[in-house]
Design a protein around this ligand. Sequence first.
Ligand SMILES: Nc1ncnc2c1ncn2[C@@H]1O[C@H](COP(=O)(O)OP(=O)(O)OP(=O)(O)O)[C@@H](O)[C@H]1O
Length: 299
Amino acid sequence: MNALPDKIDAGTAVVCRDATVTYPGGVCALDRINLSVRQGERLAFVGPSGCGKTTLLRVIAGLQPLTSGVCQRSNKYQRSNESEQQNFEGTPKNSDDGKVGRQPAVNRRSVATSFVFQQPALLPWTNVLKNVALPLTLGRRRERASAKDLRERALAAIKEVQLTEAATRYPHQLSGGMKMRASIARALVTRPEFLLLDEPFAALDDMLRNQLGRLYLKLWGHHRFTSILVTHNIAEAIQLSERICVMHRGSIVSEIPNPLSTSKPHKDLRRTNEFAEFFGKVSDALENAASSNSERAFS
Ligand SMILES: Nc1ncnc2c1ncn2[C@@H]1O[C@H](COP(=O)(O)OP(=O)(O)OP(=O)(O)O)[C@@H](O)[C@H]1O
């Protein structure tokens, strides 16, 4: 294993070196991943089901222990055989199925990272305001903030996602898009350094997906968090990311800078020739990875 440097370079948010995860039972979900993410970068992982996207997201979040290799995250380290670094207070080391299916506990380490999942996972017994305030409430003692201060911060986050009028509504009184807005507000209320999104808009129709994509870009423009988006949707990756990592069978097979990246995409971007051309390039990278693998399997 490479020696771990004392500190990560200025401007770098994450570095993975030969990061490998083999699950109990022998599935190699990540195979010597080498990746560097700049602070404030918007990155996307695309690839077929089971290629290791969620596992890599969990590694970057510090939720998934490595079998070997290193994942270094601005001043936080995770390396294989260093279990102390990998167990998050209040967070199960391995969830039942090993997938990210629940919000990580909010604690000293994870407060710098927030997740947004496909399922908004709002607490059904309380309103939007209290759901959004939850990470602050859990960290209240640490933050030494007054209840009034927490409420104001939660209301500010709710305003940013344009949900002020629904602040006192309960989750069952919200549409799918509104639930997702609440989930994004809850993720951003702690002003995280990292926002990790695991297929956040996959369950929504195209129009909502586009609206929320624009909202996400606006929020990124304000807060400049480092963001990693897992998606199956190439068009979404192009619209929301500055760089696209194509994954296949536990490896990053291609890293493609996005020439169309902008934090203010025009609504006709998808209809342009440049979009079609870049879409083709990403699709080709995915197809090439799949065909070279099947050739290997048959050779
Ligand atoms: N806890 C686990 N135990 C054993 N194998 C697992 C576990 N979690 C994931 N895997 C396997 O690891 C591989 C990568 O899974 P992962 O969820 O990271 O892929 P993914 O690209 O995010 O897939 P999807 O797009 O379907 O969510 C898959 O083969 C999966 O079955």
